[in-house]
Design a protein around this ligand. Structure first.
Ligand code: 2HA
Ligand code: ZN
Length: 273
């Protein structure tokens, strides 16, 4: 039987970590990634999991995630090392029957615990599972430099950020039609950041954490990486535009909303007023 290391979802997880590291978004142990595994993906490998670990409290209750399995990066682990040594840098965790505890069933072979942002990831998975009828499975948190830079110069306002990023590239309103949610600085890994992010993720797939990074949700690895990439590229263009003395012309609100029909997206017109 093939090893779980060769499973498609494990390889795709490792590829995302590697690609994101190579983008420069994951210095040292920065950032974290989690994936809600499909039953049929895990089924062939159940005999390679270990079910005798103890359940530990998550710190929050995520009832609709009970008995689900997640592949998550380890706390203090480096994205840089995931591809070469996945077994020591990531874990598969199982959520218990009550949705309030987890245990490691595979991975972190030489010890460790899941990402410090585990409660944030799980609360947000819970909301996205409900809001998207189970479609969203990936949550990614990165430290992309240009988006972080903008949190020092733009007002920390979702409407302003969304409009500025949308204007930077025609694809942006199509890729993130609901805009981005922006949150003020908060302690990483805290209950506060988890709950405030959860409020905003009901409306948006992208949340910007001021002076820290980006938290985003998507259906699969490609879509989630692509979303992070699009936001960061728009931010990079805006940094260049601001460095060149600012905009001389741009897309109008009407231009942006005219994309909704042909591209079959529902662009948030509240952010265009
Ligand atoms: O280092 O990025 O937000 C992990 C993090 C915490
Ligand atoms: Zn971070």
């Amino acid at each position: 039987m093939s090893s779980i290391i060769d499973a498609g979802f494990v390889k795709a997880f490792a590829k995302l970590c590697d690609d994101a590291y190579n983008k420069g978004w994951h210095e040292r142990n920065g950032g974290n990634l989690s994936y809600r595994i499909k039953d049929e993906e895990l089924k062939p490998y159940l005999s390679q999991l270990s079910f005798d670990g103890e359940f530990k409290p998550i710190g929050v209750t995520v009832e609709n995630l009970k008995n689900e399995f997640f592949l998550v990066t380890g706390s203090g682990k480096y994205f840089q090392n995931v591809k070469a040594d996945i077994e020591n840098n990531v874990a598969i965790i199982e959520i218990d029957e009550s949705g309030s505890a987890y245990r490691i069933v595979w991975g972190l072979a030489s010890g460790g615990v899941p990402t410090s942002e585990l409660p944030t990831h799980l609360i947000n998975h819970s909301i996205k599972k409900e809001k998207t009828n189970g479609l969203h499975r990936v949550i990614m948190h990165s430290h992309p430099a240009n988006t972080i830079a903008l949190t020092f110069v733009l007002p920390l306002d979702s409407k302003v950020f969304s409009r500025e990023l949308w204007e930077m590239m025609t694809e942006c309103p199509i890729v993130f039609p609901r805009g981005v949610g922006v949150l003020p600085w908060m302690v990483p890994g805290s209950a506060d950041i988890a709950l405030k992010t959860a409020e905003r993720i009901k409306e948006h797939d992208v949340i910007i954490w001021a002076h820290h990074g980006v938290f985003c949700s998507g259906a699969d690895f490609d879509e989630t990486f692509g979303l992070m990439h699009t936001v960061e590229k728009a931010a990079e263009i805006l940094v260049k535009v601001l460095s060149c003395g600012g905009k001389r012309q741009t897309m109008s609100a009407d231009d942006i909303s005219s994309l909704s029909g042909p591209y079959k997206v529902n662009i948030n017109t509240d952010y265009l007023k």
